[in-house]
Every structure is written in C-alpha cells, then in structure tokens.
Design a protein around this ligand. Structure first.
Ligand code: MV4
Length: 511
C-alpha cells in the first residue's frame, strides 16, 4: 500500500479550483500540469502551471470531459497522479477506472465507491443496510403508477419523485395531492430519461423548507475515517448554492457528533476513500436524514478549511499517495466561523443572467479574516462556455458576527469592472435580519429575491432586447459545453449537454 509522494500532478480542470489545486501542489514541492481548451489559453491556471497542454475545443466534451485526451497528456507529461477538481470528470467512475488502468493515481475515491453513490436508489439500499437514517420512501425504482400511489398513500403527501441517476434537482417533482401524481411521475420519468439516459424514478416523503447541511469526511486507504464538521448550505437558488458557512448556526456539539458519526458510517459502508461529503436534509425539529453523498472535493471546502485549520487538498494528495491520516477524530477542533460567497459573472438587474466579457479593472480585497480563491485577473476575458464562477470570497472570524463584518467589508472593497457580478446580492443577504438571526432554510433566497421583484423593473425594454440578443448569440455561435459543479451530473455524464449559459440565454429570450 505504501506509495511514494507524487512528483507531478495533472489538474483536469480549469478556473479557481485548478488554481487552488496548483497552489497545494507547489506548497508540497510537486510539479503541476495544466490542461486547457481553446478559449482558456490565457486563463490563470495555465499561467500558474509548470507545464500546460492544449486539449481541444471549448465544448467540454472536446476538452475537459475528454478522458482520452487527458490521459494522453498525463502520459506525455509524465504525471503520476490526476486531480479532477469538481464538476467535469470528478464524479465519473469510468474516468477513475481509466486512470487506474493507465497506472495514473486518481486523487479521489475508487471507481467502485463512486459508482455505489452515483445511483441514489443504490445509495439508499446501502444506507438501509448500514442503519443510517434517511427520508421515508422507496429504495428501488418505481415499477408502476399503482405502486407509486400505494407508497404515497402510506408515507403521506406531499411526496417527492426523484431520478435515481439525478442530482441538482433534475427529474425531481414535488407532488401535493394524489390527483397530481400521475402526470408528475410521467414528467419525472421523461426528464430523467432525457437528462441521464436512465428513467429510474423513486419516491420520498417531501420535507417542507428543510435545511441543507452537509458533513465533510476524510478517509485514508488504511480504514481510518474522520469527519471535519458541517457546512450550512441552505442558501441556494435553482439548486445552485450561493452562500455557505461553517459551522451551521443550528448545529451544537452533540448534533455535530451524531451527524458526524452517521457520515463516517456512510463512508465506511461505501468503502469510501479520500475526501467526500455526506448531504443531509434537516427538519424544523433538527432531525437529520441522509440525502446523498458527493464523491468529490466541493466548491465550498474553504469554509471547512478555515474552521479546522486543515488543508483539504493537501490531505487529498497525501491520502492518494498512500499516507495514513496523521490525526484522530478527537484532535479535530472547530474554531471560529467562516462564510463563503460565490462570486459569479451574472447581472443582478437581469435576473442573474450570465454576463461574460473582459475584466477591465480589478480591485481585490484582502486583510484580516479574508480568503479569496479566484480564477480571474485584470485584462482577462471571461469565456461564456463554462460555469461563470469567478471567485469565492470567504470571511473568517472568532464568531459569526465577526465573520459577517469582515465579509461585508471585503465585499464593499471588491471591484470588478467591465462585467456584471452578483456581489451586491451578498450585501443584501448578509444584512438581511433573517440571515443575521440565522433563520435559514432552502426557501430563504427565493423569498429574498421575491421582495425585490415586487418593485417595478427599471428598464424592462432594454432587458428584453439584451436577452433576445444573448439568446440569438448563444443559438448562432456559441459552442455547446457542459458546466462545472453547478450541474455535476450533467457536467460529468452528459458530454453533449448544452452549457448552462446557453440554456439560460435561450430561456430568457423565449420568456
Ligand atoms: C428533497 C427536498 C424535500 N424533501 N427531498 C434538491 C436537490 C436534490 N439533491 C434534493 N433536493 C431536495 N430534496 C425530500 N424528500 C427538498 C429538496 C430541495 C433542496 C434541497 C437542498 C437544497 C435546496 C433545495 C431546494 C429545493 C428542494
């Protein structure tokens, strides 16, 4: 099992996460190899890497999702390991297997563990065996409408229909009454078939405005597994996280221990290794239920790093190199509070419609309790082919109030000229009385944005024209591409899927 530390790591990703992983490699004295698509030639990750290789056209299927091309670069560059980042190939079991077959270490779990968690029904079966609490429902695909009717009547309405291959809300239907069940089942099935090539749908009792809290785990290849505390991820919009924090304001030491022990049990049952995240839904009474396991490093990992003092990427690399975890559970301490904002190239005055373009001026915050993980620089043109995440800004403090104060100070200092960003949204969220009181649930952000939408629009005609133009632009010229973690499943398993930007532009124009 003992392996020597890697000499060279290929990073099969782009943007801020590629930059983050590059930095960890350099801190460990490991050379870092970048790959890039045609539109990423001048990207920050390419500039910071020790070597960089072109892998094809902007469309992710031609580049960042192309297993053959990436393994070819690994061979040519002599890389002995690959870090997949998040999105793209990070949760693709075939890729993990192809790396193993090529003799290149995949920095992540085994293909088998990834596969076991990829199907939500199979994951539920495994959790059932492991005695992990999960939302009542079926752990196998529904065989008929009659069966759906019977199960729904037994568990009680509202119910949620979900695609077994799903994630990110695709193929999901909320059903309030028996009369709506039939068409919802048909809709969920065809959407699952269309999105994942797999029409398997199962049923769960629906929780109303739950919290979304996830637990970070770390497992070495010698059977040692620890949990590193939770992240509160309830602030989402259209299944995209917007703000995350650690610790969760509603989780106390006892609940953290119980949730953490369940998460470790989940990881053990899956034969899991490396960094992973166990997602839970939490109800008003603070009961928590297993939802799914994410088999990758997550976008929001910095908040966990700040409150634990650990470097998750370095630990991922050490684990993949065969090292044992150097600390035990009772040595993990949660200290202080961290909050992350995802800075996107989006226009707040146009329903958060993507806003690519050239960054003409960039003033970036730093200072006490501020961490910035960024993939942008002044003079760089944000391509429209990928997820528009530009940077993550994280505030850290001794407590939640100090973290909020530092984050707001830093947000006010942040200036990104030439393109629109969602920075102003975070100032609204962080000053909202409910946010301050930590009254968070998965409906929070929609309620906040609803308040704004009630006001009359400023210039609806210009907005409409811009939307139509963007839609036309997307339809005529933009190459299709898959996105980053925004839609991990479509990104990973749907090489031909159109980019989120293109879809958004199209929807906007057709409204
Ligand atoms: C649920 C739920 C309520 N009840 N399951 C959304 C994404 C997918 N991974 C699971 N999701 C949900 N599953 C049951 N049984 C509510 C959601 C949900 C949600 C979950 C987390 C964060 C934001 C959300 C927004 C809408 C719905």
């Amino acid at each position: 099992m003992f392996r020597k530390m890697f000499n060279k790591i290929l990073i099969a990703n782009r943007g801020e996460i590629a930059v983050r992983v590059l930095g960890a490699c350099h801190e460990m004295g490991i050379a870092a190899v970048a790959v890039y698509s045609d539109v990423d030639r001048a990207s920050l990750h390419v500039r910071k890497a020790d070597e960089a290789y072109p892998i094809g056209a902007a469309a992710a299927a031609e580049s960042y999702l192309n297993i053959e091309k990436i393994l070819d670069v690994a061979a040519r560059s002599g890389a002995d390991a690959i870090h997949p980042g998040y999105g793209f190939l990070s949760e693709n079991a075939k890729f993990a297997q192809a790396c193993a077959d090529a003799g290149v270490k995949f920095i992540g779990p085994s293909a088998a563990a990834m596969d076991a968690m990829g199907s939500k029904t199979r994951a539920r079966q495994a959790m059932e065996r492991a005695g992990v609490p999960f939302v009542p429902g079926t752990s196998r695909g529904l065989e008929s409408f009659e069966q759906a009717e019977q199960v729904a009547a037994r568990i009680g309405y509202p119910v949620m229909l979900k695609a077994a291959a799903g994630g990110g809300g695709k193929g999901m239907r909320l059903v309030h009454a028996p009369a709506a069940l039939k068409s919802a089942l048909e809709g969920a099935r065809s959407e699952a078939e269309r999105s994942f090539g797999d029409g398997e749908v199962y049923i769960e009792k629906a929780m109303v405005n739950p919290r979304h809290i996830e637990m970070q785990v770390l497992a070495d290849e010698h059977g040692n597994i620890v949990y590193l505390g939770e992240r509160e991820c309830s602030l989402q919009r259209r299944h995209q996280k917007v703000v995350e924090e650690s610790p969760s304001p509603i989780v106390d030491a006892d609940m953290r221990r119980r949730m953490g022990e369940v998460a470790v049990r989940v990881a053990r049952a899956a034969g899991y290794t490396n960094a992973g995240t166990v997602e839970f839904l939490v109800d008003q009474q603070k009961n928590f239920y297993f939802l799914e396991m994410n088999t990758r490093l997550q976008v929001e990992h910095p908040v966990t790093e700040l409150v634990t003092g650990l470097d998750l990427v370095q630990l991922q690399i050490r684990i993949a190199a065969g090292e044992r975890l150097a600390f035990a559970q009772d040595e993990v301490q949660i200290r202080g509070h961290a909050i992350e904002c995802r800075i996107y190239a989006e226009d707040p005055d146009n329903d958060y419609f993507p806003s690519p373009g050239k960054i003409t001026l960039l003033l970036e915050p730093s200072g006490p309790g501020v961490r910035r993980d960024s993939g942008m620089y002044e003079g760089w043109t944000v391509p429209m082919d990928y997820d528009p995440l530009l940077a993550k800004l994280i505030g850290y403090g001794a407590d939640r109030n100090q973290a909020i104060g530092r984050l707001m100070r830093a947000l006010n200092e942040y200036f990104v000229g030439g393109i629109k960003t969602n920075i102003s949204l975070f100032l609204r969220i962080l000053s909202d009385p409910d946010f301050r009181a930590a009254k968070l649930d998965t409906g929070f952000l929609d309620r906040l944005l609803e308040k704004k939408r009630a006001e009359p629009p400023t210039d609806s005609k210009a907005t409409e024209v811009a939307a139509i133009a963007a839609g036309l632009f997307a339809a005529l010229g933009a190459p299709a591409a898959a996105a980053g973690e925004r839609s991990p499943d479509s990104g990973a398993s749907q090489p031909s899927a159109a980019s989120n930007w293109k879809i958004a532009a199209h929807k906007e124009a057709m409204r």
